[in-house]
Design a protein around this ligand. Sequence first.
Ligand code: NAD
Ligand code: MG
Length: 386
Amino acid sequence: MRRLAVLGATGSIGESTLDVVRRFPDRFRVVALAAGGRRIDRLAAQVRETGARWVAVPDEAAAEALRCRGVTAEVLAGPQGLVQVAGLEEADVVVSAVVGAAGLLPTYAAVLAGKIVALANKESLVAAGEVVMAAARRTGARILPVDSEHSALFQALEGRDPGQVRRLILTASGGPFRGRSRGSLAGVGVDEALAHPNWSMGPKITVDSATLMNKGLEVIEARWLFDVPADRIDVAVHPESIVHSLVEFVDGSLIGQLGPPDMRIPIAYALSHPERLPLPDLSVDLVRAGRLTFEEPDRDAFPCLDLAYEALRAGGTVPAVLSGANEEAVAAFLARRLGFLEIAEAVAAALDAHRPHPLTTVQEALEADLWARRFVKGWVGRRGRG
Ligand code: NAD
Ligand code: MG
């Protein structure tokens, strides 16, 4: 029986995680849940269903709202509560699925506590990958990727000699704007950006998929998870989203993982590793899929991809600035205060203005993230729509 703490329980990954848990009641028990304050009814229902003993929410108002709904679990309020449940002695596996920089401290806490960390929150590795991975080596925490591409790479690399890897190839769906020219993207609206062709996900990552920033963040995530430098990580657009990523070995062999685009597969693998769980309803019919295609990403229409490579090569605090600036710019886009193409412009402006320094602590990553958010807020304001 693995005891789970699910952070970001009410989100897309959180709900899919609970779906996996529901299917295997003899294997998993949820001891703690954490979420933001937006879907309190849903969170209360999850606490009742799972019997979680602890639940963390961002503030006292959300805590009170939970208690009003008859939740008898111990309610922890404030950012500290999130960190507390991440390090809970009663949990073996921490599912890190809060969105954005808010996921960094709890992920780090889980790593410091030596947990198995089922990591969906890529932003924590983007902002502070070096520090988080070093801590995991010290404490023996295992970071198991939930991100589908990284789960594919993890599966392709398992049991193999890292010295024999030539390069990693991350696949990307291309998002809703694949094939569009840069010029045609100037006026695209929020609804269009949120209409992802293959995956149903939270709004931030869905916009990141539309700009290709998601793939850029994933390149950085892969760099830290698998200790492969930027110049040996490539991206191929694969609109069918069936090949979830590939490893090329020194002899030219490509080993990848294929499957239907359903996050419950990588989630289940992270929860039960090294075992595989039976998910009989999930499969892909390759004959019906008919054709698997691959193409170069359009780096002109989607400049966020190269901004991420640039940030990774610069190192230090720069990736944290990339992540923070992007999160703020995406929030402004979703609030209709920024145009689609301006997301990349805002991030580029933040990278230009930042004076980088080496990163030795998570605190420094959080400060760089915060600096970038303030910068983008000001930048949006100067555009006259803030
Ligand atoms: P989502 O927006 O659907 O859910 C986010 C969750 O985080 C919600 O439960 C929300 O309440 C919680 N949350 C937000 N701010 C919080 C805060 N300050 N304190 C506590 N909880 C907070 O997002 P998602 O799509 O589930 O993505 C979650 C993470 O997983 C992201 O980092 C994303 O990049 C990554 N990821 C998601 C997918 C996917 O298919 N959705 C795939 C790969 C990686
Ligand atoms: Mg992914």
